[in-house]
Every structure is written in C-alpha cells, then in structure tokens.
Write a protein that binds this ligand. Structure first.
Ligand code: SF4
Length: 513
C-alpha cells in the first residue's frame, strides 16, 4: 500500500478529472457543507472569537520571531523530562531516524497517530522499504491506507469516500492486513466503526513502537500535545514501549498557558465541536507508566525556507484545523487529490510551494493559481493567515522564477510584454479596442454561446488563448468601446440632450487622438 502524490499532474489537469467525477462532488458537497454549518454554529457562540484569533496569531508570531530560542528551550525541557531529541533537516534524515529506532527494537510493525508530518516525509514508504509495516490508526487514515488511496482532506482524509465504498474496502482489505471484517458487515456507521476498532485493537496490543505527530509542543515544559476524537491517540501514546514523535519546528507554543487559546480555537474550527473528546499530553518518560523510551524528531523539511519569506511565513501559524478547506469553493468542487500534495485546499496551495520551493516543478507552481481569491479562507482561519495575500505573492514568485529561466520567453511573458506596450499609450489602447470589438464579433460568429443570464460569450479561442478561455466564460467585447461612445455622445450629453452635442464644447475628450 504505497499510493503516493509523486508524479501527480498540475492542478488544472487534475482538477478537470475531479470535476468530471459526480460521486466525488456529491460526497464533498455533503461533507464540507455539514462541517461548515457546525463550525459556524459553535464559533457564533463565542463572544470573544476575534480576540481569540488575534491572540492565536500573536502567540504564533512570537514563536516565529524567536524560533531558535524556543527550539532550544524545548530541547532542554524534553531532555530534562527524559526524552531523546533528534534534529532532522529533511525527509530523508527524519525517516532514517525513525526507521533506525524501530530497527534497534526489532520492530516489524509500528502504529501511527496524527500522521500529517509523517505523510509529508513519506515515512510509510521508508518503513516499507525497510521491511516494517506502518499502520495508520485514525479511522479515516485507515480507510485511505486499506484502500491504497491518498488522503484528500486534512481532518477527514477519506472525505471523498461514502459509506458503501468504506464497507467494500473493509470487506476486501482488512483480512489482508490483520483481523478481517466480520461477515455480514453493513454500511451502518456504528458497524463500520466497530470493525475498525476490533481490527486496530490487535495492532495496538502487539506493537512495540508507536509513531505520532503533535498538535502543539510547549517549550517551557517540554510537553507534546495530541488533540483527537477517536481515542486511538491515547492507545498509541500509552501502550507501546517506545514512542517516536515527529514534530514540525513550527508547532511550538511558548508556555502551558498558551494552550488555553489553541484548545478553544482548534476544535471549534476543525470538527465544529466546543471541545475535542481526547487531549493527550506527555513530557518525556514516566517510570512504570506509558512508553519507557521517548524520542522527539524536530523536523525542518523546508520550514526555515517558509520562515525566510516575509509575506509567506504567516503560513507557519497554521494549526491544521482544515476550516479553510471547508469554505473554499475550489476545494469543494475538486477535492484534495487535485492539489497533488499532503496539504490540500487553500493552505496547501500556499504551504506546499513554499516547502518545496517555487520553480521546483510544474505541479508545484500550479498551486498558487488554484484559487478564486474570494477570501473565505482568511475569514475562517483561526490564526488569521491571509491566504489570498500569500497566493498573490507566490503567483508573482512563480512568474519571476520562470522569467529567470534561460531559453525562449513563455507565452505568458510575451502576452505581458504585448499588454505593457499596448497599455502604455492611449492611442494604442484605442486601436486595440477597435480590433477587439471586430475580432470578438468575428470569433463569436464562428462559435459563440450565451451565458446563463443570456449575455453573449465567446466560444473556443484559438492558439495560446485556448486553455485560458477553456475554463471560463469570456464575454464578447462590446461593439462600441466606452471611449468611442464618449466621443460620439459627448460623454452622454448628446443622448440626454443636456449638452452641446457631438464634438461640442464642455469636454476635453479622452486620450490624445
Ligand atoms: S490555514 Fe488556517 S484555516 Fe487553514 S488549516 Fe491552517 S489554521 Fe486552519
């Protein structure tokens, strides 16, 4: 089971395929609509929600301003509590550390919880290459893993699956990975959950090594925190002898008191709950209780690149609540696979290019364009990340990255140069307006159509404009431009009878002709 995002097509291509999948769109519309409504309800109950958002953003910004200080404080606190701290610059280093620890304990299988950071580094694939089975224990992650599928949502990775599909996956795959699903399993949620519980319990009791992520890491006390809804986290974090936590360096909070803010912001923004069912915290080793060997891998993997980006660094405030996905009109229609990354939706569209580096590949560079810039993501973000601002900033970086590349100028370069030349002279603008009116009418005659309101739209455009016009309705240019109308009617006075008429006095005209 090694499905991977590697080699995914650029967003426009992947989105086109996703849009054609009506079942996917139905599942997504239902799931995101439900979570959206729940979130809006519980957020509306909190009088000081905006103050909480401001506090969350301020705490995270303080951490980012003094990251080296807080990282060293966290390391010292963790070591004092009996944990071993490892530093990983990239995915390869992090995977080598985790696989090495599992091998030292002759572990042939590990159980996992809060897997986003480990999905980012491809830990399951690295384990498989070393002959170690890595098992996901979040219900939705389990469905994705058994289905040899890819996650499509931060909070609900199997959001694209419906109950009937999940039942089929359980019946077909559970037996190959451990305890089989009971015969006669129906698609009732309670029965599906019971099958998953029985399947996972065997693994919890058998595994010697667990791997976790963390929602927060408190620097002053060396406390890691996992917030979850199913209790699988509690099992992973307490039953195995060895616990390895892979934690992004942006997960730090300075003090224990700061948790108060985030434990209000996170559940309401993610699951639409006032409080999440399970909050587990641990600090190193407690003799005779829980894992007796605790490792923490502090992961960079591109995060310092994000920190160096003055506009983009606000993305490191993200607490992975997924609220931005659930309100995004683009995500709701395409789902998460189209983003070709562990981080889908609006946050993925900015975080992935910054982690990988703009100019890395065509797929990565397509992500900042996977947005209508409507701003709904900023409205709901509990830590006030201005995603549209970062998207626009990254679009400029993508353009610059391609400008700098050697070789022939791109179509976009040429179009921008032509636009710049035209727009720098009012005479040239006037000529272009005449040509566009004529050209539009001509192209429309060859294959135009009407938009839902009846407004005439251009049909398919030829050449490089074909892709651009293929994904939007392009209105037919007006037969008469505003400038021509102004001159003909003396700014409208000739039509209303208020003025001296065409070419009369009272206007300086427009332009230099
Ligand atoms: S960007 Fe904001 S809304 Fe989106 S997942 Fe992160 S914290 Fe949540």
């Amino acid at each position: 089971m090694t499905a991977t995002f590697v080699g995914m097509p650029a967003f426009p291509t992947a989105a086109k395929a996703a849009l054609a999948d009506t079942q996917l769109r139905r599942n997504l519309a239902h799931a995101t609509g439900t979570i959206r409504t729940k979130r809006a309800g519980v957020v509306g109950e909190v009088d000081d929600w905006e103050e909480l958002r401001l506090a969350g953003a301020a705490i995270k910004d303080r951490v980012l301003r003094h990251l080296p200080y807080y990282l060293e404080q966290l390391e010292t606190s963790l070591q004092a509590a009996g944990a071993t701290v490892h530093w990983a610059r990239d995915a390869a280093e992090a995977n080598a550390i985790v696989v090495g620890i599992a091998q030292q304990h002759d572990a042939r299988e590990i159980v996992k919880v809060k897997s986003m950071a480990t999905a980012e580094i491809g830990l399951n694939e690295a384990c498989e290459a070393a002959g170690i089975d890595a098992w996901e224990t979040d219900l939705a992650e389990l469905i994705v893993q058994l289905g040899d599928d890819l996650p499509s949502h931060i909070l609900v990775p199997a959001v694209h699956r419906n109950r009937a599909e999940i039942r089929e996956i359980f019946l077909r795959e559970m037996g190959t990975a451990g305890r089989a699903a009971p015969e006669g399993l129906t698609d009732e949620p309670a029965e599906l959950a019971a099958a998953a519980r029985a399947h996972l319990r065997e693994k919890f009791l058998r595994a010697k090594v667990a791997v976790s992520g963390a929602n927060f890491a408190v620097a002053e006390t060396g406390t890691l925190t996992v917030v979850e809804s199913e209790g699988n986290g509690r099992m992973c974090l307490t039953l195995p002898e060895v616990l390895v936590s892979v934690v992004g360096i942006e997960k730090i909070l300075p003090t224990w008191d700061d948790l108060e803010v985030f434990l209000q912001l996170l559940p309401r923004s993610s699951t639409g709950e006032r409080m999440n069912p399970y909050t587990s915290t641990w600090s190193g080793v407690t003799p005779g209780d829980g894992p007796q060997e605790v490792h923490v891998v502090l992961l960079d993997n591109g995060r310092t690149n994000v920190l160096a980006d003055e506009v983009g660094r606000q993305a490191l405030r993200c607490i992975r609540c997924s609220a931005c996905l659930n309100v995004c009109p683009v995500y709701e229609r395409t789902g998460g696979h189209a983003y070709g990354s562990v981080y889908p939706g609006p946050i993925g569209a900015i975080l992935t290019p910054m982690l990988r580096g703009v100019g890395h590949d065509k797929q990565t560079d397509s992500l900042p364009y996977a947005s209508s810039l409507c701003g709904a993501c900023f409205e709901v973000c509990p830590v006030r990340i201005d995603i549209p601002e970062v998207l626009v900033h990254l679009r400029a970086e993508v353009v610059d990255a391609h400008k700098a590349a050697p070789g022939l100028p791109s179509v976009q370069d040429m179009a921008m140069k032509a636009a710049s030349w035209t727009l720098s002279s009012s005479g040239r603008i006037g000529a272009a307006e005449k040509v566009s009116g004529l050209g539009g009418r001509l192209i429309n005659k060859l294959g135009g159509h009407a938009a839902p309101g009846g407004a005439p739209m251009l049909g398919a455009l030829p050449g490089p404009a074909a892709a651009w016009a293929g994904s939007r309705d392009v209105p037919v240019p007006a037969e008469e431009s505003f400038r021509a109308w102004w001159e003909r009617t003396d700014g409208g006075r000739a039509e209303t009878g208020d003025g001296p008429g065409v070419n009369g006095h009272g206007t300086n005209g427009v332009g230099d002709r």
